[in-house]
Design a protein around this ligand. Sequence first.
Ligand SMILES: *Cc1c(COP(=O)(O)O)cnc(C)c1O
Length: 473
Amino acid sequence: MNLDEFRSWAHRAADWSADYLNSIRSKPVRAQVQPGDIARQLPDAPPEQAEPMNAIFRDFEDVIMPGMTHWQHPRNFSYFPANSSPPSVIAEYLTATMAAQCMLWQTSPAATELETKVLDWLRQMLDLPDDFRGVIQDSASSATLCAVLTARERALDWQGNKQGLSKLATLRVYCSQHVHSSIDKAIWIAGIGQENLVKIPVNDALEMDTDLLEKAISDDLAAGFLPALVIACIGGTSVGASDRLTDVCKVAKRHNLYVHVDAAWAGSAMICPEFRSLMDGVEEADSFVFNPHKWLLTNFDCSAHFVRNPTDLVKTLAIQPSYLKTKGHEGIINYSEWSVPLGRRFRALKLWFVIRSYGVEALRTFIRSHCQWARELGARIEQDENFELVTQPYLSLLTFRYAPKGTGDLDDLNENLLEAINNDGRLYFTQTHHNGDYVIRFQIGQTYTTEQDVSDAWEIIREIAAGLEVRRE
Ligand SMILES: *Cc1c(COP(=O)(O)O)cnc(C)c1O
């Protein structure tokens, strides 16, 4: 493809993108295909000869698009949001065009310095402590892995990377039962082992029971283990469970443990002062992660990882063979020393475009609206005698189930309801279990969602539920 053709296809892609977003409401939210439907239409072997761009683009529209689930659909209420927005897409396009590797300061000084600057903007937006320093990771999973590795090395007096873990003390890590699976995975990868991840029960408010945390740490010390880290959660994935950071940090600090806070989804809401109290106590934590790629209009990947002491992180992850040394620059930041992969995309650019093009006040309004609509929806569900609001709105997430009077198996009924809703195509939801019951999660956070979409969604749910066959006891 020569550059004239590139210009013309890039224009075509821009037109396609605007048309796509304009017509997205008419598409089924979840792809309505069966396993293998797309693969069957794709050749088994790569083409030996060049194919015309026209043919590639046509297949993109005809073969690929029917197999896409539309995450930017305004009635996508599934999982957590994965926001994109026009300024973010434009910056991403520029990033891909330059395709700079941003691993060291000198491999693109602007990328490093912009990253430092916009992460500090985010720090101010969330009212995090002045001494927190930020880095962009590809995902919250990676940020948590970095935190686990740092805590591991700190507890082992920096001997883990050197000697391996087999002859060293057995580490223990603590978290509530409500943390995301990425915590377990980080513990596996860090060589600590699932059996050494101690899941502390929660109280009625779904907060980690800190008396039980204290007891678990004391018991482990008595048994000869080495407690290293507590991972606290703000806005858990299932129903929004959150720990009381002040209490968690108090116990952890008494035993000199590292505290990492996973606020992957809920962190974005902390730009609103009225929600900030949900993370009171974060001042005492050692690291904190949240995903602008979830609920802050910045397309994946962009995970903001803040640490109180970058030296510990760098001591854990920096490795400097001679081919990566930069002569004559002391005190510069090489962000690859703050993360697991060496190569790094220029992710700060899209964050900069987003924050500047919306302004913080509009971003607050965006989050506030979603939380407000969730509260209103919660009230409507509570008033409906055929439905139960199972968990109250936490920010913009609630769970509910269909429970018409005298029904037998509610789990079965709600599983059928969810399947019917997602097959219908106008809406998309996902499920979870709460206290053993199958419930449907309703989270509001998509870039293009309106109040009307939320209202319509509730009417459509009622309509589909009314059409289901209900087995009476
Ligand atoms: C989404 C989520 C994660 C995982 O985020 P990735 O960026 O996909 O790794 C971790 N923790 C919580 C609470 C989440 O909601």
